[in-house]
Design a binder for this molecule. Structure first.
Ligand code: GLN
Length: 447
């Protein structure tokens, strides 16, 4: 399995999906073989997997797509890494990503952009673009990314695969490099609902090392069309309009398929989601400014030397962080500063509460909510790099879910042809907290 996966990685080099290869993979594979020979049964025996480069694996680099961590080698395994090893998976390598998971296109990595296999002139989405391409281009059957505001679901949509953002707390964040801790969640990419279920049953579960971890044992399985009968599906009204014709058409065919299988469809208002982008960027950037304060060249990563320590820290951060990361640290520091805190951060926290309440109200009448994952298919490389607000707006359909801590799944649902290129479209299903299983079940029913 490992050899075949390596050959595919080699063939797909031009896509720039990976930052590094795990040179302990053979050793790990041999250990899995020994366990199999000893009669152990392993749910992911020998399955090669790729992890986003913000998830720690002992003895391998964790760069977060940043120059500041270019040579940082992790001394420990993330909780998900441990669980994958325990299940017999073999970590093949680490995937490219937007620097510190800040972005929607995988263009801001210090390792260069990742290309979309459907059209190399287009982005794969982000920030987990490398992990998405690893699965979409068949380098490995499954991979892991992280989703703070859409970074698993949006690249899944742009590359035509599944991407799940679990309920906040279902997958341990121990060993995931923090971006915005109250929003971050590790999530899987897969090409089938069955693979998604298999992987979630391995990576989800309680971990005392993550103070926000929930004790909810995973019980995932892919459903059948029978499971769709009687399902109450609510289309979020605020997500209609503003989509490309292809996205609208794919949403309609998905609703038709659900109806044909016996689900009931209604339209539901979640009015506060209109403020989700503003609230998200006023919550994510303050958390990021605090989390990234640790990269000063003293403990982690690169250091630019200077005669005095303060100057060295300044130069290290100036040289080590890219433009988008610097912009967000400044935004976040500003929003937290005395005199502005009430107007920005504390206001955003109130909007966050409203969004959670609106979702709770909507779930009184429906089992799942549905929206497009993105208002458009994959955009061209360079199209939004000089316009940060346009890049932020790409997350319009995904960030509210993180603010409310809910689980959501992007399902590959169709295509739109743009300039002669066939581009995948994703549809997002959202469930109440801890009902992640319902999403994977539904996805199986739609296959
Ligand atoms: N695009 C969003 C951001 O830049 C989401 C990123 C993510 O989910 N990691 O913050």
């Amino acid at each position: 399995l490992l050899g075949a996966a390596r050959a595919r990685v080699e063939a797909a080099r031009a896509l720039n999906a990976l930052i590094s290869l795990n040179d302990r993979a053979d050793e790990q594979a041999a250990r899995v073989q020994a366990r199999l020979d000893a009669g152990e049964s392993l749910p992911l025996a020998g399955v090669p997997i790729i992890l986003k480069d913000n998830i720690n694996v002992t003895g391998t680099r964790t760069t977060c797509g940043s120059r500041i961590l270019a040579n940082y080698v992790s001394p420990y395994d993330a909780a998900v890494t441990e669980r994958l090893h325990q299940a017999g998976a073999v970590i093949l390598g680490k995937a490219n990503m937007d620097e510190f998971a800040m972005g929607s296109s995988t263009e801001s990595s210090a390792s260069g952009p990742t290309l979309n296999p459907w059209d190399p002139a287009r982005v794969p989405g982000g920030s987990s673009g490398g992990s998405a391409v690893a699965v979409a281009a068949n380098l490995t059957p499954v991979s892991l990314g992280s989703d703070t505001g859409g970074s698993v679901r949006q690249p899944a949509a742009f590359t035509g695969i599944y991407g799940l953002k679990p309920t906040y707390g279902r997958v341990s964040r121990y060993g995931l490099v923090a971006y915005a801790s109250s929003l971050d969640q590790i999530g899987p990419f897969a090409r089938s609902a069955a693979d998604l279920a298999l992987l979630m049953n391995v990576i989800a579960g309680h971990d005392p090392r993550d103070a926000t971890s929930l004790d909810a044992p995973p019980a995932f399985h892919a459903g059948t069309p029978d499971d769709l009968r009687g399902l109450r599906v609510g289309v979020i009204r605020e997500s209609l309009g503003g989509n490309t014709p292809g996205v609208e058409a794919v949403l309609q065919t998905t609703l038709d398929a659900l109806r044909a299988a016996g689900a009931s469809i209604s339209e539901v208002g979640v009015p506060s989601v209109r403020h989700a982008i503003a609230a998200y960027y006023l919550i994510a950037t303050p958390e990021a400014s605090s989390n990234l304060a640790r990269y000063d060249g003293m403990v982690y990563g690169e250091r630019v030397p200077a005669p005095d320590v303060a100057h060295s820290m300044t130069l290290t951060r100036e040289h080590g962080f890219g433009r988008e990361v610097q912009r967000r640290i400044m935004l976040g520091t500003y929003a937290l500063s005395s005199g502005y805190y009430d107007a920005y951060y504390s206001k955003a926290m109130k909007v966050r509460r409203l969004i959670a309440q609106d979702f709770a109200r909507a779930f009184a009448d429906v089992d799942v909510l549905v929206t497009p994952t993105s208002p458009f298919p994959a955009f061209r490389r360079g199209e939004k790099t000089s316009d940060p607000l346009a890049m932020y707006a790409a997350d319009v359909d995904t960030v509210a879910v993180n603010l409310a801590g809910l689980p959501a799944l992007s399902v590959p649902a169709g295509f739109e042809t743009v300039d002669g290129m066939r581009l995948p479209i994703g549809i997002q299903f959202i469930a109440p907290a801890l009902q992640d299983e319902r999403l994977v079940n539904l996805a199986g029913g739609l296959e």
